[in-house]
Design a protein around this ligand. Structure first.
Ligand code: SF4
Ligand code: SF4
Length: 343
């Protein structure tokens, strides 16, 4: 597809135009940090952000959503699905988060296609931005192969100074560019500038894993009884923050709330966390992953082995969010390097 050029001063106009037809969700400052939230004014959007607290997953799989209403009058309950979706543009997603969305796409369309996720995904356009600097010292996207992308977006922007280059990923992206933005065709000079910018970015990102991430599934296969799990289990507070902020974690719980009149119930689903004490508690009170050590092991196995075996892609994109958020400094890079060094 053709490469286009979008002058930077066009971005606010483009966002304003999109807002007439879509909910636009983009990176906004929140104190010293950044969050993906609906944009009320284009000036709120900060495409120069480093990393957001939560990924754009919040758009596609909200932390809490009503999924059905259940009428209890009559002989049998009547279940009416509820799909609360509106046309949305995710503006400014970074490359690691795009990789995470590709994993969510697979997870939610696999054996049991998830109508709520898939409808929201169908109505969501993604305009992403190429990362040119590491977010901070905790990023290890280069190790996880998430430093750049060639699919998964509708439009992909790269900052070349006064303007962005725009790669068009889909026909929907092409239509957005035609209708909402004043982009021009790229010249040879623009292409040269883009190549310079892209080749200059790679040395800025360093490797933090001491080994090739492709070794993770095999390495973990021999680490089920590793002493590190007991040590992590001692430290972990079972707060669930590391999974809640993770762009590739997608477990949820389903809850029914019955009205006092007992004529109607509302079914909701909310994010859940494998790190919570009660996550694996089942009927009869049995908890099949009761020890925190076992739950820590499960988290790291999921990132480095289980999702790879299921979907052919590792379950971590190296965003570093779990490292930044953990109150007891459990660090996925250190965990994997420790296991590797003792293998
Ligand atoms: S954020 Fe840290 S303390 Fe909290 S559940 Fe995760 S590993 Fe445990
Ligand atoms: S496991 Fe941690 S570093 Fe990997 S994708 Fe999840 S939050 Fe990011």
């Amino acid at each position: 597809m053709r490469l286009r050029i979008l002058p930077k001063e066009e971005i606010p106009r483009m966002v304003q135009a999109l807002m007439a037809d879509y909910q636009v969700v983009g990176p906004k400052a929140k104190g010293p940090k950044f969050v993906f939230e609906p944009v009320a004014d284009p000036s709120e959007m900060r495409l120069d952000y480093n990393i957001t607290i939560l990924s754009p997953k919040v758009v596609l799989q909200p932390p809490g959503e009503r999924v059905a209403t259940i009428r209890l009058e009559g002989k049998a309950p009547q279940v009416e699905p509820v799909v609360e979706v509106e046309p949305t543009v995710i503006f400014g997603a970074h490359t690691c988060d795009l990789h995470a969305i590709r994993l969510l796409d697979r997870a939610f369309s696999d054996e049991y296609p998830d109508g709520h996720y898939l409808e929201r995904r169908r109505q969501t356009l993604i305009i992403s931005v190429e990362c040119l600097e590491p977010c901070d010292e905790h990023s290890f996207c280069k190790d996880m192969g998430a430093l750049t992308v060639d699919e998964g977006y509708d439009l992909h922007l790269t900052d070349i100074g006064e303007a962005y280059t725009v790669h068009v990923g889909t026909e929907a992206g092409e239509a957005v560019l035609e209708r909402y933005a004043a982009a021009r065709a790229a010249t040879d000079a623009d292409v040269r500038r883009l190549n310079q910018v892209l080749s200059a970015k790679w040395p800025r990102f360093t490797h933090r894993l001491d080994f090739d991430a492709a070794e993770l599934p095999a390495m973990l296969a021999t680490a089920y009884e590793h002493p590190i799990w007991a040590e992590l289990g001692e430290r972990c507070l079972a707060c669930g923050s590391c999974t809640n902020i993770c762009p590739t974690c997608y477990c949820f719980n389903v809850l029914d709330s019955i009205a006092l009149t007992q004529t109607e119930a509302v079914r909701t689903r909310r994010w859940d966390s494998c790190q919570l004490d009660e996550f694996a508690r089942v009927a009869g009170g049995e908890n099949f992953r009761e020890a925190r050590a076992a739950r820590q092991r499960h988290r790291f196995f999921r990132k480095g082995k289980y999702l790879y075996e299921r979907f052919g892609t590792l379950g971590c994109v190296g965003c570093g969010r779990c490292i930044r958020t953990c109150l007891v400094h459990i660090n996925i890079v250190e965990v994997f390097n420790t296991i590797h060094s003792s293998a």
